[in-house]
Ligand binder design. Structure first.
Ligand SMILES: NC(=O)c1ccc[n+]([C@@H]2O[C@H](COP(=O)([O-])OP(=O)(O)OC[C@H]3O[C@@H](n4cnc5c(N)ncnc54)[C@H](O)[C@@H]3O)[C@@H](O)[C@H]2O)c1
Length: 290
């Protein structure tokens, strides 16, 4: 019988690619998503879809062998404006899933964590998993808190958990409306022949990892016994100015955002795709689809 995976956030950008990979590998897939930022059209037609909040998932009925937890409130600025809401979804929602997963004897629990927001400003670069954790946003605090719960459930309840700390993920299906995905925003402006606004001097750097490499990391830990946390990045630092140039979008500089991190780059075994190649695929998708 096919193995059964529950992907929370499977109507979103990264989660929907993870769903596709499991479907391709012959898994039975159930998606739970409240469509708050996700899109029903992203959901693979061969997956079952349940429109629900992660805080109210009928896990007793779904009974998956594996949980890939990608649903989250993932807007850092919203977490600053409303830390209670962020903690409610990102901490309590995750905790509810973990508790139920342990109760039901789920065989693997994969958590989409974050590199950038958990480490804070680099004390050394690239940042390894041993880099001190200094989150400076409620979003980063929540992700780190969940990593501690993962550890607790693994050690005390024997739930095989693993955390993947993503760098800045980009690729097809990324939403250009929020403020998280700078590649998606620049690609959208380029398509509309509009100027993109760069916050501040544009010398701030990020580690841009292609979504296919993130999916490969998910598939690897599905089969492994890793507990993590594991970085999923490229080790390559790219400034926002350089990114705009690569994408070919016209830009203008706006005021710097208070508290914005200056640098972020993760040491990782997973980033394989060259930025120029990943961007080519991403821009082609934006031109085709919207
Ligand atoms: N995109 C990145 O660069 C990045 C970096 C680090 C970590 N992450 C993490 O990866 C995961 C996926 O992010 P993404 O970029 O695909 O974002 P996304 O917004 O496209 O996906 C998140 C999905 O979760 C759903 N969701 C939100 N709140 C929910 C709730 N309460 N109940 C059920 N569903 C809910 C949304 O509708 C959406 O489909 C998140 O956990 C995010 O924190 C993303």
């Amino acid at each position: 019988m096919a193995k059964h995976v529950l992907v929370t956030g499977g109507a979103g950008f990264i989660g929907s690619h993870v769903v596709d990979a499991y479907v391709e590998r012959g898994w039975r897939v159930t998606v739970v998503d409240d469509l708050s930022t996700g899109d029903r059209r992203n959901v693979n037609p061969r997956a079952s879809f349940i429109e629900a909040d992660i805080r109210k998932v009928p896990l007793d009925e779904i009974r998956p062998e594996l949980i890939s937890h990608h649903a989250a409130q993932m807007d850092v600025r919203r977490s600053v404006d409303d830390p209670l809401f962020d903690a409610n979804v990102n901490i309590l929602g995750s905790l509810a899933l973990l508790q139920k997963a342990a109760e039901l004897g789920v065989k693997r629990f994969i958590f989409a964590s974050t590199g950038g927001a958990i480490y804070g400003e680099p004390q050394f670069a690239p940042q390894t998993e041993q880099h001190p954790t200094n989150p400076v946003s409620p979003y980063g605090c929540a992700k780190l808190a969940v990593e501690h719960y993962l550890n607790y459930f693994r050690v005390v309840h024997g739930l095989p958990t693993v955390a993947l700390r993503y760098a800045n993920v980009y690729g097809p299906r990324q939403n250009s409306k929020g403020e998280a995905g700078v590649v998606a925003i620049f690609a959208d402006r380029l398509r509309k022949s509009e100027k993109a606004i760069i916050n501040g001097d544009g010398q701030q750097t990020r580690d841009f990892v292609y979504v296919a490499d993130v999916v490969a990391a998910n598939m690897k830990v599905t089969e492994s016994a890793d507990a993590g946390p594991l970085n999923v990045g490229t080790g390559v630092e790219t400034s926002i100015n350089a990114l705009a140039k690569l994408i070919g979008v016209r830009t203008e500089h706006g005021p710097a955002k208070a508290g914005e991190q200056r640098r972020s780059v993760l040491a990782s075994q997973f980033g394989r795709t060259k930025l120029a190649d990943g961007l080519r695929e991403t821009l082609a998708w934006f031109n085709r689809s919207r």
